[in-house]
Design a protein around this ligand. Structure first.
Ligand code: UD1
Length: 426
C-alpha cells in the first residue's frame, strides 16, 4: 500500500499529456473474448484496473502482452468460462465478462459482485435484461453468490432499462453482438465509453446503430474478426487536472484532451471563474482568482456532470468565495471524502437523506494526513494537497493507481510537488 506526499502552496504551470481512457479500455478488454483471434489496443493506460482485466483474461486461458502502451491480446483459445469470485471482488468491471463469455460460448459462471466504497451497485438491470434474451440463470453456491448462465441460442429482443446504466448497457451490447436477430435497447446510457465500445465492436465486424444515443440497435452477426483500435484519451483524468488548476490556480495546457466529452465540466469551471480555451486536441486552462461558489451542482448521466468528477469539484468548491451545494444523484455513498477534506480545514455539511453536500468555502486548506477511500476521492485529495498550505499525506493511495497511470508524473509536469512513497516509512 503506497502513500502520496504533497507539498502544497504553488500555482500550476506547464503542459502534460492525458493518458488513454480507463472506462473505455475495461469493457473493450472484456469484449475481445467475443473474437477468436488477436486484438491490438493502442493508447491503453498501464493502470491497476487494466492489469486486473488482463489477469481475468489470463484466468480464462487467453494471452496478453504489452509493447509500450499497446496491449496485444490473443483470445483464440479460451479454456474456461468461469470468472472467479476473487476476480469480481477485486474489480466490479469483471462483470462485463458476463456478456462477452455468454456471447461467444453461450455459458458463463461469474460471482455476484458486492457493493463497494461508493455504493451498493446492484446488477439487477444487467441480469433482468440478459434473461429476456433467452438466457437461463441459476444462483449457485452456499450463499447463492455464483451466477450461472447458459442458453442454446441468444435471441435478440427489446430491452427497456429503468435507468441508463453504463454497465448494463455495455453488458447487453456484449450479449447481443453474436445473438440471433435484433436487440433494441431503450433508455441506453449515452456515455462516451458506451460509444467507444460500439466503435470497437463495429471495427471488429459488429452491426450497431444509434451509438451515443439512448436508443441502440444491435443486429447479431456470425462472428467478429481481428482488429486494431486506438483508445480515446481519458475524460476524467483531463477533468481532474483541470480541477487541480481551478483549486491551486495556474496556467496549464492539457494535450490529447477529449474536449467534446467534457463540456459539462468545462461549463462548471468557467462559471466558477476559470478561463478555458479549447482546440480539437488540447485545453488551455487559466485560473487567476479564488473559485466562485456554485449554487447547485448535480451529478447526472452523460451529458450531465459526471459522478466521477464530483469529489474533485468538492475540493475546488471548498476553496471558493462562498456557499456551494452538490447533489450526488448516481451513487449513495460518494461523500466519504468530505470527512477527509474536513481534516484539512474544509467546511462541509452532508445531508444524506437529500443526497446533498453543502460547502462553505474557506480561505485556505491546511496540509494533513488523509485517506483515499476510492479512486476519484483519492485524486481529489491530491488536488487538495496541492492547493493547501503545508504538507499532505494521502494514505492508501494504491486506489489512485487503479485509474491514473502516474498522477505524480503528470502533476509534477505542471510544477506541483507530489511523490509516491511506501506507507511503512510514514
Ligand atoms: C458509473 C457511472 C459511469 C462511471 C462509472 C465508474 C453514471 C450513470 N454511470 O457506471 O459514468 O464511469 O460508474 O465510476 O454516472 N444501477 C442499478 N442496477 C443495475 C445497474 C445500476 O440499480 O443493474 C444503479 C446504480 O446503483 C447507480 C446507477 O444505476 O445508482 C448507475 O449505475 P451504472 O451506470 O450502472 O454504474 P456504472 O456502470 O458503474
Amino acid at each position: 500500500m503506497s502513500s502520496i506526499n504533497v507539498i502544497g502552496g504553488g500555482r500550476l504551470k506547464g503542459e502534460t499529456k492525458i493518458q488513454g481512457s480507463k472506462n473505455a479500455a475495461l469493457p473493450i478488454i472484456a469484449a475481445t473474448v467475443l473474437n477468436k483471434g488477436i486484438t491490438i489496443l493502442r493508447n491503453c493506460p498501464r493502470i491497476l484496473d487494466v492489469f486486473h482485466m488482463i489477469n481475468v483474461l489470463k484466468e480464462l486461458g487467453c494471452l496478453a502482452t504489452w509493447e509500450g502502451n499497446t496491449l496485444i491480446m490473443d483470445t483464440s483459445n479460451v479454456t474456461s468460462t468461469k470468472v472467479s469470485e476473487s476476480s469480481v471482488q477485486k474489480m466490479r468491471s469483471s462483470i462485463l465478462f458476463l456478456g462477452a463469455l455468454l456471447g461467444r460460448y453461450h455459458e458463463v459462471s461469474i460471482a455476484y459482485p458486492g457493493g463497494c466504497s461508493i455504493g451498493n451497485r446492484p446488477i439487477d438491470y444487467h441480469l433482468d435484461s440478459i434473461k429476456k434474451m433467452n438466457v437461463n440463470q441459476e444462483f449457485l453456491g452456499e450463499d447463492k453468490g455464483i451466477i450461472h448462465c447458459n442458453t442454446d441460442k441468444i435471441i435478440g429482443t427489446d430491452i427497456f432499462l429503468k435507468f441508463p446504466s453504463v454497465g448494463a448497457t455495455q453488458n447487453v451490447i456484449l450479449t447481443a453482438v453474436l445473438a440471433k436477430g435484433v436487440t433494441r435497447i431503450f433508455n441506453a446510457a449515452r456515455e462516451p465509453e458506451v460509444m467507444e465500445l460500439c466503435n470497437f465492436l463495429m471495427e471488429a465486424g459488429a452491426r450497431i446503430c444509434g451509438k451515443g444515443t439512448s436508443y441502440i440497435e444491435i443486429e447479431g452477426v456470425g462472428n467478429l474478426h481481428d482488429v486494431e483500435y486506438t483508445l480515446s484519451p481519458d475524460r476524467i483524468v483531463a477533468g481532474t487536472y483541470m480541477a487541480a488548476v481551478a483549486a491551486a490556480g495556474g496556467d496549464v495546457v492539457l494535450l490529447d484532451t477529449p474536449v467534446g466529452q467534457i463540456e459539462s465540466v468545462i461549463k462548471v469551471l468557467e462559471k466558477i471563474g476559470c478561463k478555458i480555451k479549447t482546440s480539437d486536441e488540447y485545453i488551455k486552462i487559466c485560473c487567476n482568482r479564488k473559485p466562485l461558489p456554485y449554487d447547485m451542482l448535480k451529478t447526472q448521466p452523460y451529458p450531465g456532470f459526471p459522478t466521477d468528477m464530483q469529489s474533485q469539484l468538492m475540493t475546488v468548491l471548498s476553496l471558493s468565495d462562498g456557499k456551494s451545494t452538490i447533489i450526488e444523484e448516481i451513487f449513495e455513498s460518494r461523500y466519504q471524502n468530505a470527512y477527509e477534506l474536513k481534516k484539512m480545514g474544509a467546511k462541509i455539511t452532508i445531508e444524506k437523506a437529500q443526497k446533498k453536500a453543502v460547502i462553505s468555502g474557506v480561505k485556505h486548506l491546511e496540509g494533513a494526513k488523509v485517506i483515499a477511500h476510492d479512486l476519484r476521492a483519492g485524486a481529489a485529495l491530491v488536488i487538495a494537497g496541492i492547493a493547501a498550505q503545508g504538507a499532505t499525506i494521502v494514505k492508501e493511495a494504491t486506489s489512485i493507481e487503479r485509474g491514473y497511470e502516474d498522477i505524480c508524473r503528470d502533476l509534477n509536469n505542471l510544477g506541483a510537488s507530489v511523490r509516491y512513497c511506501s506507507d511503512n516509512i510514514q
